[in-house]
Write a protein that binds this ligand. Sequence first.
Ligand SMILES: [Zn+2]
Length: 230
Amino acid sequence: MAQVNTNSLPLFFMLTLQAFTFNAFAENTYVVFDETREAVIIDPGCFTREEQKELVSFIARNNLQIKYILNTHCHIDHVLGNDFVKDQYHVPLLIHPVEEPVLRSVKNYAPVYGYDGYREALPDQYLSEEEPVRFGNTSWKVLFLPGHSVGHVGFYDASEKIVLAGDVLFAGSIGRTDLPGGNFDTLINSIHQKLFHLPDETVVYPGHGPTTTVGKEKIDNPFCALSLIK
Ligand SMILES: [Zn+2]
């Protein structure tokens, strides 16, 4: 099983996930690495010096080699640290191509949320469902999960039974669909057609809040539980 929030690493492990909660939106940033210590940073939301330091020192302390920066989607809270980590590690930023206008729009509205210092980082490569994300000995399937945002993706590790699902599915909730590009029916479709087809024991690592499992949300998520379907 994947490890989460461990400060001391176990002797035997496949995949380790470290969650950080950053910025005023309480966004979950994840650093994920396997036994090779090659790592990816997902949705870097770090913005203050303290947040940046927390991320960098974790990576240094664990002797990680960052390979990619991945964005599940490009709302402001998930991309505030893109520029910083790109600058720090000189590694490519990967997003879904459909999400690029969402990323490019952030600089226009960042000051409204008090993030005048936001600096845009543009993608270097594009994600696709046809092409797994590989780092170390790890291979992740990219799931296209639109609805909360037009080009939202999730990252599924079938052998570890985990999915990093961004703002699609939360413990007891779902992503909001009132932002530009959001669509409720599309979101529900992504959840039912993609996430709910994963094994019940799959652990969901969301963009906000605590982890959950596919099986639990299938049963009692008030927005999309299968029991609601007549
Ligand atoms: Zn979002």
